[in-house]
Design a protein around this ligand. Structure first.
Ligand code: KG4
Ligand code: ZN
Length: 359
């Protein structure tokens, strides 16, 4: 008999549920995005997020069951995200999972969201095996891991300030492009020249794999302010030259495209170089897993694959719908623990700062 795992994810601004068969076949994956709710603020408003999760969780779970063609009674176990994330958001999915597990008398495990992101690649690539070097680059995290086996992770490096996705979101907000910033910047970047502006690349010191993106973000802001001040940023019939938070509609679209392409290139180069250096230093076989929302970025995929190929390293990344937050990856990460007989008690709590593995 197949094992059916219900995955539940609500750590940030997506309410998601998925049904996974035997930990590897996605029977359904439903994601209710809150992007439109938070877009006017250029970032996530935690209180709004948790309220929307409360409204969405049951319909989303019902939809996941319906699309999988199963009922609650068919489920064998539940895997819910336990952290890290926004505590109010996490509590909605985890509490819902606990209530369901109790009512159905089936086991529940709490899953680390970052492990979920890494498992998205395993879910998508049947031939992918541990060990690997895993980069999780998302709106909240830029964490580089040595993943030796299921459940065994060592943190190699992390961002000291902004996460990579956060840098995309903040630059997009500053340029008045909208939220989430990553896809919007990537779209503009396609029409721009990545070599037109040389933004700084903050590379870690030898032996460290830590990242830093806040200096790059500031460099973009200063560059735009300088161009606006010099009267070089606006189209011919442009508005005031003293704008500090420009609207994309007021800036020369060709300049916006060049800024986006040059900014994206700087982020991509740092992420790719540091990740390949870490994989090179690891014991064979050398494999890289690229995961998290920023792994959707086409330029990052190409650059990382090229740099890694030069070193004989293979790169795996999930299909875009599995890169951003989803519950299939949570069910995949929880499945091996469910079949090992693990379960958490009803007193188990969410942890906004839950760490993954050893540091
Ligand atoms: O993994 P995710 O859905 O949520 C978190 O756990 O944070 O990642 C969302 C992040 C956002 O910051 C978004 O701007 C970024 O991933 N992102 C991208 C792209 N698509 C999403 N960043 C760069 N390029 C993209 N194409
Ligand atoms: Zn995530």
């Amino acid at each position: 008999m197949a094992h059916l795992t219900l995955g539940i994810e609500s750590s940030c601004d997506e309410t998601a549920a998925a049904v996974l068969e035997d930990g590897c076949r996605i029977r359904s994956s439903v994601i209710a995005s809150q992007d439109a709710l938070h877009a006017p603020y250029g970032g996530i408003v935690p209180e709004l997020a948790s309220r929307r999760h409360v409204e969405a969780i049951w319909p989303v779970v019902q939809e996941a069951l319906a699309r999988a063609g199963v009922t609650l009674a068919d489920l064998d176990g539940i895997a819910a995200t336990a952290g890290p994330g926004l505590i109010g958001s996490l509590l909605v999915g985890l509490s819902f999972g606990k209530a369901l597990a109790f009512a159905l008398n089936i086991p529940l495990v709490g899953v680390n969201h970052l492990e979920g992101h890494l498992y998205a690649a395993l879910l998508d690539h049947e031939n992918l095996r541990f060990p690997f070097t895993g980069l999780v680059a998302s709106g909240g995290h830029t964490h580089l891991y040595s993943a030796t086996a299921s459940g065994e992770y060592r943190l190699l490096g992390r961002t000291k300030d902004d996460a990579a996705g956060e840098a995309f979101d903040k630059v997009a907000k500053f340029l008045g492009l909208g939220y989430p910033g990553g896809p919007l910047i990537e779209e503009r970047a396609r029409k721009g020249d990545p070599d037109s502006i040389r933004f700084p690349r903050s590379m870690p010191q030898r032996g460290s794999y830590d990242f830093s993106f806040s200096g790059l973000k500031t460099a973009v802001v200063n560059y735009v302010k300088g161009m606006v001040g010099a009267g070089l940023a606006l189209p011919k019939l442009g508005a005031a030259s003293s704008a500090t938070t420009p609207q994309s509609s007021a800036l020369d679209p060709a300049l916006v495209a060049d800024i986006c392409a040059s900014f994206q290139e700087a982020v991509v180069e740092v992420l790719a170089r540091v990740t390949v250096a870490a994989a090179k230093a690891s014991a064979a076989p050398r494999r890289i897993v690229l995961a998290g929302g920023v792994a959707c970025n086409g330029r990052l995929r190409v650059k990382l694959t090229q740099l890694a190929a030069d070193e004989g390293i293979e790169v795996y990344y999930p299909t875009p719908s599995l890169c951003t937050d989803n519950a299939a990856m949570i069910a995949a990460a929880g499945y091996p623990r469910l079949v090992r007989g693990e379960r958490v008690p009803l007193s188990f709590n969410a942890d906004a700062d839950l760490a993954l593995g050893l540091t």
